[in-house]
Design a protein around this ligand. Structure first.
Ligand SMILES: NC(=O)c1ccc[n+]([C@@H]2O[C@H](COP(=O)([O-])OP(=O)(O)OC[C@H]3O[C@@H](n4cnc5c(N)ncnc54)[C@H](O)[C@@H]3O)[C@@H](O)[C@H]2O)c1
Ligand SMILES: [Zn+2]
Ligand SMILES: [Zn+2]
Length: 362
């Protein structure tokens, strides 16, 4: 099968003929129908690094074509969406419903002594996040897959796997926003827009979005922001304190630059929470004054994958989309072929592009 291989740091995405093993145990073979381009894969390929060669791609949707002998949760012909959340189902965190912080994520992977899932020219190829979605087919542990209705279109389905779980999950799961509460979304990118959708589903009283580009803010309004603030032109802290009458209940930071995160902390009202999601660089972080935090009963929380349980949340977002209650279509700005990943990432630099999805896998 064809796969887009990243052979080393800064070596881009190159189409190669790659071997995919037959499914064993709980593995599921999936014919990929759509694969989203998330920033994190580009970061791995350009500066974070890891195992090489590797097939990246972790926003993947497709059809089950074969199952290993121990698979019980999906069957051939099912439409599925994958997620990078890897969980065992039996550790103390999984058993308390927090599969996103499973203590044994390696349970979903082959043991080092087993034959690799992917190989190229007879040598092993790593599979990004247990998914390897930049390929015509992939082999995935059944715990990393959720079944979606057949009528769900492929491109928006793929986005659910990372951007939607992260953005909407931060609001619905991590912060557990209650109806009537005020929400601030800092950074109106592809993930932030899903936080706006999540805030609408939660019944947030006010949804304030900040960004530095008017085009992004216009899109945020279309997704359901009740107020937008261009933080290049207006002090966002003053604006939020003004709009909320003293400070917000929940502030979600999808930017992750130190000055922005510090602003987010100052936007909080009594009992408010600041949620850290975006990472703009290695020095991302915030200084918390104990006196201010305890006086206002405030909290700062890091959020991984929207604290999602993929088996519950992926079908939920698909049903919200199919009922017309969640806008995913306007996140799919461009559809490309498997060979065009580099052009796709280039297109993402343009302020008007939310998400690029590979839908031509020929
Ligand atoms: N924590 C997790 O589990 C997780 C999962 C997925 C993605 N992420 C991260 O979430 C972040 C957002 O992802 P995305 O795809 O939406 O990125 P994006 O680049 O599409 O969006 C970021 C937005 O922030 C805006 N921005 C930049 N500087 C700003 C400033 N000073 N004030 C306000 N807005 C500003 C940009 O204009 C852009 O609209 C990324 O850092 C990504 O790596 C985290
Ligand atoms: Zn991602
Ligand atoms: Zn576990």
């Amino acid at each position: 099968m064809k796969a887009s291989v990243t052979k080393g740091l800064g070596q881009g995405f190159v189409i190669e003929e790659v071997e995919l093993a037959a499914p064993i145990g709980h593995e599921v073979r999936v014919q990929v129908r759509a694969s989203g381009l998330c920033h994190s894969d580009l970061s791995v390929a350009t500066f974070i690094g890891g195992e090489f060669p590797v097939v990246l791609g972790h926003e993947v949707a497709g059809v089950v074509t074969a199952t290993g002998p121990d698979v019980t949760q999906v069957k051939t012909g099912d439409h599925v969406v994958g997620s990078l959340i890897q969980y065992c189902g039996s550790c103390v965190n999984c058993l308390s419903g927090r599969t996103h912080i499973c203590l044994h994520p390696e349970y979903t992977l082959r043991a080092p002594e087993e034959a690799p899932r992917l190989s190229w020219n007879g040598a092993p190829v790593a599979q990004g996040m247990g998914l390897g979605g930049f390929a015509q087919e992939t082999l995935v542990h059944e715990n990393q897959l959720a079944v979606i209705p057949d009528e769900m279109p492929w491109a928006p389905a793929a986005l659910i796997g990372c951007g939607v779980l992260t953005g909407a999950g931060a609001v619905l799961n991590s912060a557990n926003v209650q109806h009537g509460e005020t929400v601030v979304v800092m950074g109106a990118g592809g993930v932030g827009m899903n936080a706006v959708s999540g805030a609408r589903l939660a019944g947030a009283g006010k949804i304030i979005v900040t960004d530095i580009e008017d085009g992004k803010l216009a899109r945020a309004r279309a997704f359901g922001a009740t107020h937008v603030v261009n933080s290049r032109e207006t002090d966002p802290v003053e604006a939020v304190r003004d709009i909320t009458g003293g400070g917000a209940h929940h502030v979600f930071d999808f930017v992750g630059a130190r000055p922005v995160t510090a602003q987010g902390l100052r936007m909080l009202g009594s009992g408010g929470g600041l949620y850290l999601i975006g990472v703009a660089g290695n020095d991302a972080g915030v200084e918390v004054s104990t006196m201010a935090a305890l006086g206002g009963s405030q909290k700062v929380q890091g959020v991984y994958m929207g604290s999602s349980h993929l088996k519950r949340d992926i079908p939920f977002y698909a049903s919200m989309y199919l009922q017309g209650r969640m806008n995913l279509d306007d996140l799919v700005s461009k559809e490309i072929g498997l060979a065009d990943i580099e052009e796709g990432y280039e297109a993402l630099k343009d302020g008007t592009t939310a998400r690029v999805v590979i839908t031509d896998l020929s």
